[in-house]
Design a protein around this ligand. Structure first.
Ligand code: PGA
Length: 259
């Protein structure tokens, strides 16, 4: 089931996504969550922290990581996940994984396979949280990514590096060129997906992902191939959707047993 939910604010969207996560964890206390970084998921982590659930048994897998930052760099996704997710939610640090951790140079060639094996050994991801980039990327799967791709090394686009320069003092030259990211095939294996977007800068990417053709040129369009996707967006991010009125009606009129 794909559901597009248009909310009044990122806070409202964060609360909705947090409630979806809470439901998964209530049914399975050691659920496996797919963790996204960036600004978009912050309202989700904040709303989830407010629920004060015991998440100590939850396992986590980050979507992606930069290559080339020194260990402990505050903008490495390991550091971001520790600061914004593990700490506030009370996750157990040893149960939360980031791709390619501790690897450099030639060893990075095996990082993808090792991460896939780790996800498999955990029984797969139960719920994957996703942001979307203006290039239509999910994880760091930039345009042209194979729709069947697994975790591997990728090159970031100039657009993504410019978008992320705000985390590096506004200096695009400090944003790494390479990363390791879960593939689109990896993301499709998660049992459910929650894709989030706020603001008008994401409107084109959201419209292309939700209503455009499924194409490697818009990597996020691959979500159309998944059975259980919830797209949670604010009004500005929904501005390009042709069927927005229908999605609103479908959500507000959903039968009580679906709520
Ligand atoms: P953002 O990034 O949440 O910082 O906008 C989203 C993404 O690039 O996936």
């Amino acid at each position: 089931m794909a559901e597009v939910v248009i909310v009044g604010s990122p806070e409202e969207g964060g609360a909705l996504a947090a409630s979806l996560i809470a439901r998964v964890v209530a049914a399975k206390p050691d659920a496996v969550l797919g963790l996204a970084t960036g600004s978009t998921p912050l309202p989700v982590w904040q709303a989830l922290a407010r629920l004060q659930l015991d998440l100590g048994a939850v396992r986590g897998f980050a979507l992606d990581e930069y290559i080339g930052l020194e260990p402990g760099h505050p903008e490495s996704y390991r550091a971001v996940i520790d600061r914004e997710v593990v700490g506030p939610l009370g996750l157990t640090p040893s149960l939360v994984h980031v791709p390619a951790e501790g690897l450099s140079g030639a060893a990075l060639a095996g990082a993808g396979q090792a991460y896939e094996a780790r996800i498999d050994a955990a029984g797969g991801v139960d719920l994957q949280v996703l942001g979307i980039g203006r290039t239509g990327h999910i994880g760091f799967n930039e345009p042209g990514s194979s729709l069947a791709s697994l975790t591997r090394v990728k090159t970031l686009t100039e657009w993504t590096r410019r978008d992320n320069a705000r985390f590096f003092g506004g200096d695009v030259t400090r944003v790494p060129l390479h990363c390791v990211t879960q593939g689109l095939g990896t993301i499709l294996r998660a049992r459910s997906l929650v894709l989030l977007a706020w603001g008008e800068s994401k409107a084109d990417a959201v419209a292309a992902a939700v209503e455009g053709p499924v194409t490697a040129s818009v990597p996020a369009s691959v979500i159309q191939l998944h059975r259980d996707v919830t797209v949670v967006i604010d009004e500005s991010a929904a501005a390009g959707l042709r069927y927005a009125d229908y999605y609103r009606e479908a959500w507000t009129s959903r039968p009580a047993w679906l709520r």
